[in-house]
Design a protein around this ligand. Structure first.
Ligand SMILES: Nc1ncnc2c1ncn2[C@@H]1O[C@H](COP(=O)(O)OP(=O)(O)O)[C@@H](O)[C@H]1O
Ligand SMILES: [Mg+2]
Length: 239
């Protein structure tokens, strides 16, 4: 198991009360799978993703990722682990507005030992594969939403982390761009990556090896939904 959660609970203070975002969650994710996580707004999807990503400490329970007990690591160990082992993709891209596409993609690599030269070559090759060769020196505001998300995908995948975590990555995209994003995530899985994607898009389920439903902080695993290999956006009412 590449990710393993045991009895994970997370609450947040709200006025004089606490809201339970994750309630005693147990979850195991196998390496090399593409998992869709879905559920209503406020059901705990982002909390779960950030908890797995080492960015949000649970109140109780353990989170093991690649055989590390994430929250037993020191803050700096956890940050280093995150930088080398995890890639993050967000709904609103999280690009730095005053940096170019290439600079955004290279940004997280500042502390790594690889030479700037080879980084830049890898970066340009990856951006070419994502159809962004003509955008290397553009700023995010000069890009379409789909191009922005492809830039964010390049940033998340340049170092080929074993795990990609994506929080509603197609929420701000049109259908064609969304399909392209799912194609890229699927490709990443095919190359051996493990991909966990939060999505409201039922059509994305056709890409998934497994669909996990979360309702009020509790998981419901549905083993009967499996990847069919068909194009997703033609099946948007299936489920
Ligand atoms: N930082 C926070 N402060 C207070 N409440 C929060 C915070 N983050 C999440 N919550 C609450 O936790 C619950 C789950 O939120 P979230 O994980 O963002 O849901 P989802 O991503 O499924 O929409 C919601 O009730 C939300 O209001
Ligand atoms: Mg969310």
């Amino acid at each position: 198991m590449i990710i393993q959660l045991r009895k994970v609970t997370r609450t947040f203070p709200v006025r004089n009360d606490r809201v339970t975002a994750l309630a005693d969650v147990n979850l195991e994710i196998e390496a090399g799978k593409l998992i869709c996580l879905c559920g209503p707004s406020g059901s705990g999807k982002s909390t779960l993703l950030f908890t797995m990503g080492g960015m949000l400490r649970p109140d109780s329970g353990t989170v093991r990722v690649l055989d590390r007990d994430l929250y037993a690591l020191s803050k700096s160990e956890r940050a280093a682990f995150r930088a080398s082992q995890l890639g993050f993709i967000f709904q609103d891209f999280h690009l730095v507005p005053y940096l170019t596409v290439r600079e955004n993609v290279l940004l997280p690599l500042g502390h790594l030992k690889k030479s700037a030269q080879s980084n830049q070559q890898d970066c340009d090759q990856l951006l070419a594969r994502l159809g962004l060769s003509h955008r290397l020196d553009h700023k995010p505001r000069q890009l379409s939403a789909g191009e922005r998300q492809r830039t964010a995908i390049a940033r998340a995948t340049l170092l080929k982390p074993p795990i990609l975590l994506a929080d509603e990555p197609t929420g701000n995209l049109d259908e064609d761009s969304a399909e392209e994003v799912y194609r890229l995530l699927t490709e990443y899985r095919e190359q051996g990556g493990t991909v966990l994607v939060v999505t409201h898009t039922r059509s994305a389920w056709t890409y998934a090896d497994q669909v996990i439903q979360i309702v009020e902080g509790q998981l419901q695993v549905n083993p009967s939904v499996h990847r069919t290999g068909t194009s997703p956006l033609r099946h948007s009412t299936e489920g």
